[in-house]
Write a protein that binds this ligand. Sequence first.
Ligand code: NAD
Ligand code: UDP
Length: 346
Amino acid sequence: MRVLVTGGAGFIGSHLCERLVRKGHEVFCLDNFFTGRRENIRHLLDCRRFQLVRHDVCEPLLLEVEQIYNLACPASPVHYQYNPIKTVKSNVMGTLNMLVLARRVGARILQASTSEVYGEPMVHPQTESYWGNVNPIGPRSCYDEGKRVAETLMMDYHRQNGVDIRIARIFNTYGPRMAESDGRVVSNFIVQSLRDQPLTLYGDGSQTRSFCFVDDLVEGLVRLMQAEELHDPVNLGNPSEFSIRQLAEQIAACCGREPRITYRPLPQDDPTQRRPDITRARTLLSWEPTIALREGLERTVRYFAGRLHRSRHSRRSQPVVLAELPFAERRRAYREAGNWTDHDGL
Ligand code: NAD
Ligand code: UDP
């Protein structure tokens, strides 16, 4: 099959591209390289079934494909809050453009949605039937509401135009190829531990998340894409729930360190608890995660240890701490990376 993966040079996207190429598909990896990196897909560039397309999903695209995985959107709060208008555009205009493409060429399309559609959940664990509790005007809204509108667009294109859609509500996913400067909790804590720096715990660390290893997630995405007549959203995540403090302790232990903590303010609207109810995925996809947190963390620590060893002196490889980074400094970092211009927000 000819398969398009938007956001294909990012963390999850690169694993998905690799998996699809290995299964014998012809893969078009589309990315604007905001948070994605060429090195994530470098090993695929020589493969004749793999093509890299530098493109922004906010612009229309015509490509003859049979399947579209729409992942293009920064996922870390640090990055999606940097240029919130662009985040809304990537979710709304990007998903619209991909739906227009899917309709035109008759492709099946899978949207990478998120547990963030549940916001600060009043139902625990979160089932797909729960409508969520999202602040529409807060700093996370560009992402949460953007993803909610993207789901709306998906359903409306399905009902109105018969587009064959799939919606994956992805819960926190981690693993190799997260960037050191990604700013999410797993990469931050691992990089800080390996550098023998204190771990930056936001709030008191009692908030919970459920962490899924990337290989498990990719398996779930592929199964969902293959499933017939499954147009309702499906939670994909690992139902084992941990407090962020427990996570800090586990990561320090994996790195052979005593946990040293430095406290930072809890960011506004940071959800207090998250755990997926994966009954639907278990029943309809025969899917459930197989990699426990400890094993996944060990694999991820090995990856970062190798990377840090190679790039010890790189300034850009510092973990990004949301509460500490002045906006101007962040903008300079993006400019230096060369992938982001101010007009992207217009
Ligand atoms: P990531 O930031 O590593 O990857 C996102 C990719 O999209 C990057 O390669 C980036 O350059 C690209 N991108 C961003 N805006 C774009 C645009 N306008 N046009 C083209 N490309 C663009 O993040 P990830 O963790 O790999 O997340 C991938 C997808 O999965 C995202 O849609 C995210 O919302 C979703 N998701 C991820 C998680 C998680 O825990 N990792 C959880 C829920 C949902
Ligand atoms: N977090 C933290 N220290 C960090 C980064 C994040 O304590 O250096 C916390 C954050 O406040 C949140 C949890 O870890 O409660 C998960 O944050 P992440 O940014 O990884 O994902 P999300 O909030 O989107 O689930």
